[in-house]
Design a binder for this molecule. Structure first.
Ligand code: 4NP
Length: 181
């Protein structure tokens, strides 16, 4: 499946992606930074914007969990996002809204204000290329292996997402030239 929301991106080809988990202190801020690093490598950081948010507001204003930051730093990612809850405006501002597990997806469907915004919702693991995971498991109450597992899945899914974006942009470029004429 193509990332069809790319067809809805602006004539300049810009695209905005929001990663969502429960607390916005472990999985989604890590996803945001993994994706940002891949976009930088692909020279697409000027065209694709990434952010993250949580279903809950328990950790509003907090930096990512210290364990998540430590594990991510070992792979070269610096996590500096401040936790914030998803808001209604996110459903209009972002082209893709990507949840980590069933609970996130159910909550996002409940918050989505319209059928059109329902169409922006995706599961992170649908972008996995090598990993057979169905969800990015919540690492909060587990040990170190859980945080490594999260990063392994996120790195795989973000590679797949980048490939979809690149193919979507190729498909879009003719249309975009037409629109801007
Ligand atoms: P996240 O992990 O959803 O990946 O940020 C969690 C963080 C905090 C809690 C649960 C999950 N919590 O219960 O506070």
């Amino acid at each position: 499946m193509m990332v069809s929301r790319m067809e809805g991106s602006t004539p300049s080809g810009r695209c905005r992606i929001l990663f969502v988990c429960l607390g916005n202190i472990c999985r989604s801020p890590a996803a945001e930074e993994v994706m940002r690093a891949l976009l930088r490598e692909a020279h697409l950081d000027g065209r694709v914007e990434v952010d993250s948010a949580g279903i809950s507001s328990y950790h509003r204003g907090d930096l990512p969990d210290a364990r998540m930051r430590r594990h991510a730093a070992r792979r070269g990612y610096s996590l500096t996002h401040r936790s914030r809850p998803v808001c209604t405006d996110d459903f209009f501002r972002f082209d893709l809204i990507i949840g980590m597990d069933d609970g996130n997806m159910d909550a996002l469907k409940g918050l989505s204000p319209s059928l059109e915004t329902d169409g922006k919702l995706r599961r992170m693991c649908e972008f996995c290329v090598d990993k057979a995971a169905d969800a990015v498991p919540d690492p909060y109450y587990g040990g170190a292996a859980g945080f490594e597992d999260v990063l392994d899945i996120l790195e795989d899914a973000c590679r797949g997402l980048l490939a979809r974006i690149e193919s979507g942009m190729d498909a879009n470029s003719v249309e975009n030239r037409y629109v801007s004429r």
